[in-house]
Each structure stands twice: as C-alpha cells, then as structure tokens.
Write a protein that binds this ligand. Structure first.
Ligand SMILES: [Zn+2]
Length: 242
C-alpha cells in the first residue's frame, strides 16, 4: 500500500481511479463543485480521504458565500481535511488580499473541526507558517514544499508535515528538500493530474519516488516506506481506512 498525501482525484476518470486501488489517496478539491465531487468519490471508493476547500488560484472567481456552503459540508459529511487551500505570492500575487480572507476562514474551519490542512504556499511559505502558529492550527501538510531550509526546520519543529512530489527528478530545489527534511515530517504526494514540465503526475509515480528518495538518503526503501506510512497515519488518525 502507498500513501498519496495530495491528489486532485476528481480530475481523473473513473477507470483511472479504479486503477489506483493500491494507494490510499488524500483527494483535495479546488472549489465548491469539486469539493462535492470529491465527497461523492469517497463514498464510492474505500481508499480515498476527501478534503474540501477553495484553491488560492480561484478565489477571485469564488463568492464568499461558498465558505458557508463548505462549512455545511463539513458539518454533514466525513471530511478528512481542508484543502487545497493556502496563499500564493508566486503565481497569483495580485489576488493576495482576497486569498488571505479565504485562508483565514479555512484556518478557522480546521481549528473548529480539528482537521488537518492541506496547503499550497508558493513564495508565501513564511506567511502561511506564521498564520498556522498564530491560530494554533494543530495539523497541517504543506504540499510540494520548495521554501527555505531554515523555515523547514521551524515547520518540522512545530509538528507540521511537508510532502514531496515526483517533480524532484526535474526540480533541484525540491530535490534538496527531499534530502534534507527530517523523515518524521515527510509525506509523499502526486498532485496528479497536474503536468509539470511535461511530466504528467499520477499516484502511480509514488513507488518510484520512494525508491529514489531512499537511494539519495542511503536508507532502505522499506524503512522509508514505513516512515511515510507512519506519518500519514498519524496525520489522518481520525479517519478509518485500510
Ligand atoms: Zn494541488
């Protein structure tokens, strides 16, 4: 069994989703519609941990009233986490103040419902970290972390997680994180089906990713695999899955 901490499962077709049966997948959503879709997928498949949220890339097109709709979903469904949510100063810096309004609302939901957050934070790494601390967020994973190494230590020190993406093959600064991060704070993810520099990401890349990280860190594949599994189960301990 492999553990994917961040995947846009709603973008895959039914046949592909069935082919992921050997993976426990944290399925993140991008908006209200895909939050609903992700919850439906989780009712059909036993290997999916559904998250709900609004991606920082779409906050400018999303009415604030959707926050109330999402909160209603939280109250009425078994939700594994809040995501994909966050702040992004790299790709969409122009909507930053609106992103902040949404992110703060999601922080409140995570705290109120005691749920892990699944976070996107390009070039807003420290802003995100400081908000998590200030609002006493207990559990969070910062996905595809490529931020500074000193901040990584602070993140790990607070008991938060980061997830490593198969893009390490192409992205040196992410590779560096995979080599340096304390293994007690490391998860792996696909972010599928996002395409990064021609690499179409899918959960099926995770076994190779684990092998590659183990090789770079000179530890046994099995040792790394059980470490990642333990971290994953600790983060999602409220959920029942195989
Ligand atoms: Zn994503």
């Amino acid at each position: 069994m492999y553990f994917d901490a961040h995947c846009h499962l709603h973008e895959f077709d039914e046949e592909e989703i069935k082919s992921f049966k050997d993976f426990i997948i944290v399925a993140v959503a991008d908006d209200l519609e895909t939050s609903n879709k992700t919850l439906t997928l989780a009712q059909k498949h036993g290997n999916i941990l559904p998250c709900i949220g609004i991606h920082p890339w779409v906050v400018d097109k999303t009415p604030m009233s959707h926050l109330r709709d999402l909160e209603r979903l939280l109250a009425n469904h078994e939700v594994a986490g809040i995501g994909e949510v966050g702040l992004d100063k790299k790709f969409v810096p122009n909507t930053y103040s609106r992103q902040l309004e949404f992110f703060k609302a999601f922080i409140k939901m995570a705290v109120d419902y005691d749920l892990p957050m699944n976070i996107h934070a390009p070039d807003a790494w420290r802003d995100v970290y400081e908000l998590l601390i200030r609002h006493d967020v207990d559990k969070a994973v910062i996905h595809w972390y490529t931020g500074p190494l000193d901040l990584l230590e602070e993140i790990v020190g607070k008991g938060y997680y980061i997830s490593i993406n198969p893009a390490i093959e192409l992205q040196k600064k992410h590779m560096r994180i995979a080599v340096e991060v304390d293994l007690r704070a490391m998860l792996v993810e696909s972010d599928g089906p996002y395409e990064y520099r021609g690499l179409k990401l899918t959960p099926k890349m995770i076994p190779k990713l684990i092998a590659l990280i183990a090789d770079m860190r000179r530890i046994r594949v099995q040792e790394l695999q059980s470490m990642v599994e333990m971290n994953f189960r600790r983060l999602f301990k409220k959920m029942s899955f195989a």
